[in-house]
Design a binder for this molecule. Structure first.
Ligand SMILES: NC(=O)c1ccc[n+]([C@@H]2O[C@H](COP(=O)([O-])OP(=O)(O)OC[C@H]3O[C@@H](n4cnc5c(N)ncnc54)[C@H](O)[C@@H]3O)[C@@H](O)[C@H]2O)c1
Length: 334
């Protein structure tokens, strides 16, 4: 059984720890966390050893995998540290705040001969897996337009998201989920154009992007990390083609807290046929993504999301950022 150390015991670190515990296919050996009391409490809850310093943990613990669940600006430092200690690394999204930093992380892991995967959890969410299957099978036909959104209130458990130098703002933190998924579906991007709202602290926290893919598909995607009041966490995906429309709508509660009770509807509208509700088997997408990574380590296979692809996704985000800043159409670099 592979053993894992989580670095960063906050919101997502806890989700990963719970998924590891539920899985039974891996063992949580250690937690590194900057707050001692909270870290020790976490370690007690999940039955692992607490460290306040990642270097000390890596020197003392014989873990196979490091799971980087830190604020985004720290992903580079700690992923490279894991690689230097010859540990495989799974790192939370976004990869990094620049494609150069992402490339340095990839290069460090390649040099050390360890695997690296960016945890783009959407790819394991059953509705999104089903949408990909429908599109790949040609059920929707030739695509006319694709639309997605992901609209959230500002995280109420952190302040660092308000600092663009730490989080990259909503563009990197939430909009990237959809951009990664669109890249997964349609591949490389020819050009982008984006409009957005920049928060007083300098974060592009509400963005509407248009993307033209090299394969001709056109998509519009909206992402917000600063919805106001009781606006529920919402996500949507709609692809319209010459044979069908596939439509997905999710409405959850404040800060996605009651995702289990969310209204979740995936419907296929085909020509000359009644609308068909598509049921998917519920699963814990965090558990599935961690298990997928562990399998690639156990079987020495390529990771399901190549770091090269994840570097490219950061390049799309950089192009969107350049478009937001300049008000012009931006070509995506190869
Ligand atoms: N996949 C998803 O759906 C998803 C959801 C939420 C967050 N995330 C990503 O996960 C990352 C963390 O976000 P979060 O919401 O969990 O943040 P968070 O602030 O809740 O957790 C991060 C924790 O790391 C700790 N920390 C900071 N510096 C440290 C250090 N040097 N060593 C050890 N611990 C340190 C902080 O005390 C904090 O508790 C971000 O990159 C975010 O984008 C992904």
């Amino acid at each position: 059984m592979k053993s894992i150390a989580i670095i960063g015991g906050g919101y997502i670190g806890k989700m990963h720890a719970a998924a590891i515990k539920k899985s039974g296919r891996m063992q949580l050996a250690a937690l590194v966390h900057s707050h001692e009391d909270a870290g020790k409490e976490f370690a007690r809850e999940f039955g692992c050893v607490y460290y306040g310093d990642a270097g000390k943990m890596l020197a003392e613990e014989k873990v196979d995998i490091v799971d980087v669940c830190l604020p985004t600006s720290l992903h580079e430092q700690y992923t490279i540290l894991a690689a230097e200690h010859k540990k495989h690394a799974i790192c939370e999204k976004p990869f990094a705040l620049t494609s150069e930093a992402a490339r340095r992380m990839k290069d460090a892991c390649d040099k050390a001969g360890v695997k690296l995967m960016i945890a783009q959890v959407l790819r394991w969410m059953p509705e999104f897996a089903k949408i990909k299957e429908l599109l790949d099978k040609g059920i929707v036909g030739n695509l006319h337009m694709v639309y997605t959104n992901r609209l959230a209130q500002h995280p109420n458990w952190t302040e660092w998201h308000r600092n663009p130098a730490i989080s990259g703002g909503g563009l990197f933190d939430i909009h990237l989920h959809d951009i990664d998924y669109l890249y997964y579906l349609f591949g490389k991007v020819e050009e982008v154009y984006a409009l957005g709202w920049k928060s007083p602290s300098g974060c592009w926290n509400h963005v509407v992007s248009s993307l033209t893919f090299k394969n001709g598909v056109k998509a519009v995607s909206e992402g917000s990390l600063e919805m106001i009041g009781d606006f529920p966490f919402s996500a949507a995906f709609r692809a319209t083609g010459d044979k069908a429309t596939v439509d997905y709508q999710l409405t959850a509660g404040f800060n996605i807290e009651n995702l289990g009770a969310a209204s979740n509807k995936l419907v296929l509208f085909e020509k000359d046929a009644p609308a068909k509700r598509i049921e998917v088997t519920a699963l814990d997408a965090f558990q599935a993504e961690l298990e997928a990574f562990v399998s690639t380590v156990e079987e020495d296979k390529p990771v399901p999301i190549s770091p090269e692809d994840s570097v490219y996704v950061i390049k799309i985000i950089e192009a969107l950022q350049a478009s937001l800043e300049s008000g012009t159409i931006v070509k995506v670099i190869r």
